[in-house]
Ligand binder design. Structure first.
Ligand code: ZN
Ligand code: ZN
Length: 411
């Protein structure tokens, strides 16, 4: 049989599902795996699916051969699609707060699933040529940064041979055909924090009888701006964003507390520890400066590790891509300040990781935007309602990249 990848992609694109709700998508995946004659385990981390293929060549004597994990994420986003495509999504979903929201594959995870199914078809058809094991993981809820840990909690690392290397790819607004990868930190680590500042509420006409958490919050937000600008080495990268601030209900009531939500980013675990410590110091010191009677509470809501590409494996992969696709296909896209949860599979198994990006933008459209100097304005990025990869050669390049990468590390 042969999978019609274009039809598969369009079907997934038309039917996006929010994080941890990817039941239809998982059904598409399991039907495709069954059609390839592959066994699978479903329901890992709610909706995740995993499968494995064993090569038919003899591995090195005394070994089972290399184990290569390939990972694709499956979830979509609460975004109203505005691409105007014939196959644009009109889907709606219910978010965790119970709100009815539009849903769109605005991050390209539909393309990730399509490419991985295409790669599995080819690896199955050629299994007489290679030794070792390919484990393919279809992961839920990457956008929550929670899906990979949910699959690990459900035993995916025990149900399948542990990886010798973990490989994954993500669609990005580079020209279709181009691959972007760099050794070392490819994507930042990030933490989401909720900070609760405690004051003492009272009448707006009697501020002296209160401890005003609004002023405490304002001072904290301003002082937090100095963590990166005054305390982090200018040659290093870090971000401290206060994305949400809430306190009070009425002009003449001084509230009892204020809540801040922070997004922190850094390139590695050392930078994480140091920025975290400084943020905590500022929060506690500003509360003390305001005369707070209760210590503030700092809760880490979610935590994503840095995505660090193993230098040796990345060099090997870049050479393999260059051989297959021609010199100049692979570019260094720089470090992305976005974050990913793919690394948990590698971290928990103690295995190296390579995570690369591949382009989906019409090359002429991209070249024109570069010539005009309007890439930021004219080329929609991931999470944009206009994010619309061209189907070809994006699908083919995604499949080829996974197969070439897997074969490079299988004997
Ligand atoms: Zn995303
Ligand atoms: Zn994504």
């Amino acid at each position: 049989m042969s999978v019609d990848l274009e039809a598969l992609y369009i079907d997934l694109h038309r039917h996006p599902e929010l994080s941890f709700q990817e039941t239809r998508t998982a059904g598409v995946v399991t039907r495709a795996l069954a059609a390839l004659g592959l066994d699978f385990v479903e329901g890992l981390g709610k909706t995740g699916v995993a499968t494995s293929i064993t090569g038919e060549r003899e591995p090195e004597p005394g070994t089972r051969g290399p184990v290569v994990w390939l990972r694709a994420d499956m979830d979509a986003l609460p975004v109203h699609e505005e691409t105007g495509l014939a196959y644009a999504s009109t889907a709606r979903g219910t978010d965790p707060s119970g709100t009815d929201v539009p849903v769109m594959h605005a991050c390209g995870h539909d393309m990730h699933v399509t490419a991985l199914l295409g790669a599995l078809e080819r690896l199955t058809a050629t299994k007489a040529e290679w030794a070792g094991t390919v484990v393919a993981v279809f992961q839920p809820a990457e956008e929550y940064g929670a899906g990979s840990q949910a699959m690990i909690a459900d035993g995916v690392l025990d149900a399948f041979p542990k990886p010798d290397i973990v490989l994954g790819q993500h669609l990005t607004p580079l020209p279709a055909g181009t691959i972007g990868v760099r050794p070392g930190t490819q994507m930042a680590a990030s933490d989401g924090l909720t900070v609760t500042l405690h004051g003492r509420g009272g009448h707006g006409s009697r501020p002296h009888a209160t401890i005003d958490p609004v002023v405490m919050a304002a001072a904290t937000v301003m002082r937090l701006q100095t963590v990166v600008s005054r305390e982090v080495d200018p040659r290093e990268m870090a971000v401290v964003t206060v994305g949400s601030i809430h306190a009070g209900l009425k002009n003449n009531i001084i509230p009892a507390e204020a809540r801040l939500e922070l997004s922190l980013r850094y390139p590695d675990d050392d930078a994480r520890a140091s920025v975290m410590a400084r943020v905590e110091r500022v929060v506690r010191a500003e509360a003390a400066a305001s005369g707070a009677e209760r210590e503030p509470e700092i809760v880490v809501d979610h935590s994503l590790p840095p995505t660090i590409n193993d230098p040796q494996a990345t060099a090997r992969l870049t050479a393999a891509f260059d051989r297959a696709f021609g010199e100049g296909t692979v570019v260094d896209p720089g470090m992305f300040t976005g974050s990913e949860d793919v690394s948990w599979f590698a971290r928990d198994a103690g295995a190296p990781l390579v995570f690369w990006f591949w382009g989906g933008v019409d090359p002429q459209q991209y070249a024109d935007a570069v010539a005009r100097g309007t890439v930021n304005e004219d080329i929609p990025t991931n999470h944009s309602p206009f994010f619309a990869p061209v189907l070809h050669p994006t699908i083919e390049r995604g499949v080829d990249a996974l197969v070439i990468a897997a074969r490079e590390f299988l004997s």
